[in-house]
Design a protein around this ligand. Structure first.
Ligand SMILES: NC(=O)c1ccc[n+]([C@@H]2O[C@H](COP(=O)([O-])OP(=O)(O)OC[C@H]3O[C@@H](n4cnc5c(N)ncnc54)[C@H](OP(=O)(O)O)[C@@H]3O)[C@@H](O)[C@H]2O)c1
Length: 277
């Protein structure tokens, strides 16, 4: 079953497979297993240095191209007009998928005018290298600027989002303009397994803390989530969330965990993040 969320007339699968840190044969095998397990979206990036291996996994699956959603991200060193287009051509070539479904700017880069980068991003879409465009790690202000500068819709803002971080500001801003939010590090890189609340709710449904977290995302409108795993058993489990439902009370208990406001991904080049609500 592929649950989707509709933005600007486009149906986007709500559960995708994340591939950060998966390299070479592991990336190849895990992507192949993920598609076998029913994932219909794969998330990679130039910076993950695995686009070729991810592409091999996609090829193995032998799905009609239009049945799979492939997202990749342009690294910040490639944000100048010309460089961006060239880097996306190389990405699509490495993936071997003819086109990407979604190309994201991986992080904002204040050293290159956003207008230039967004112009180049629209250009790759016009050239047919990607169906859609979006951003990642953009704050409310930067997202607003990107939307104003872009001819094509900004389909998603991919941000760190799990039960322990308060992303209310970005969620409200994105949804207010029709943009989806893609939750990266949705399992808080394994920290969901330390949460008594998630474990307790999981026990009530016969599910793991990871499955509860993924279900929590799937029940929120306008959210896409991309858990990563190097284990065929884990990745299968993470997509096995369609046979139970969290009650409004359970949803609320999980949402309340955002009071921790714990950010896991905060490199030196990160923008000035929006404050917790
Ligand atoms: N745009 C950005 O800047 C950005 C930044 C970070 C991440 N991302 C994207 O988001 C994806 C996901 O985030 P993430 O990779 O940081 O971490 P994550 O998905 O939150 O967590 C991955 C960790 O959880 C473990 N895990 C997964 N399922 C499990 C299960 N069912 N049982 C037990 N352990 C489980 C994995 O271990 P095993 O391998 O042992 O299962 C791995 O250590 C990335 O792969 C990437 O595609 C994007």
């Amino acid at each position: 079953m592929t649950l989707t969320t509709k933005h600007f007339g486009v149906d986007i699968p709500v559960i995708g497979f994340g591939t950060w840190k998966l390299k070479d044969d592991t990336a190849h095998e895990c992507v192949s297993k993920a598609i076998e397990a029913g994932y219909r979206m794969i998330d990679t990036a130039q910076a993950y240095e695995n686009e070729k291996a991810v592409g091999r996994g996609i090829k193995d699956a032998q799905l009609p191209r239009e049945d799979l959603w492939v997202t990749t991200k342009v690294w910040m060193s490639e944000f100048k007009d010309g460089d961006l287009q060239e880097s996306v051509e190389k990405s699509v070539d490495r993936l071997g998928t003819d086109y990407a479904d979604l190309i994201l700017l991986h992080w904002p880069n204040k050293d290159v005018p956003l207008e230039e980068t967004i112009g180049a991003l629209n250009d790759v879409r016009k050239k047919g290298l990607t169906k859609h465009i979006g951003v990642s790690n953009f704050t409310v202000d930067l997202l607003g600027q990107a939307v104003k500068l872009s001819e094509a819709p900004i389909l998603t803002n991919q941000i760190e989002y799990h039960p322990f971080i308060d992303q209310t500001a970005v969620l409200e801003a994105a949804h207010g303009i029709g943009t989806s939010v893609t939750a990266f590090s949705p399992l808080a890189q394994g920290k969901v397994f330390e949460s008594d609340v998630l474990k307790e709710i999981g026990e009530a449904h016969g599910k793991s803390a990871a499955q509860v977290a993924i279900r929590w995302f799937a029940q929120q409108p306008g959210i896409i989530t991309i858990p990563r795993s190097s284990s065929p058993e884990h990745l299968r489990q993470n997509n096995d969330v369609h046979d139970f439902e969290l009650s409004p009370q359970e949803m609320g208990r999980i949402t309340a965990l955002k009071a921790n406001h714990e950010r896991l991904i905060n490199p030196s080049w990160a923008p000035d993040w929006d404050a917790a609500a």
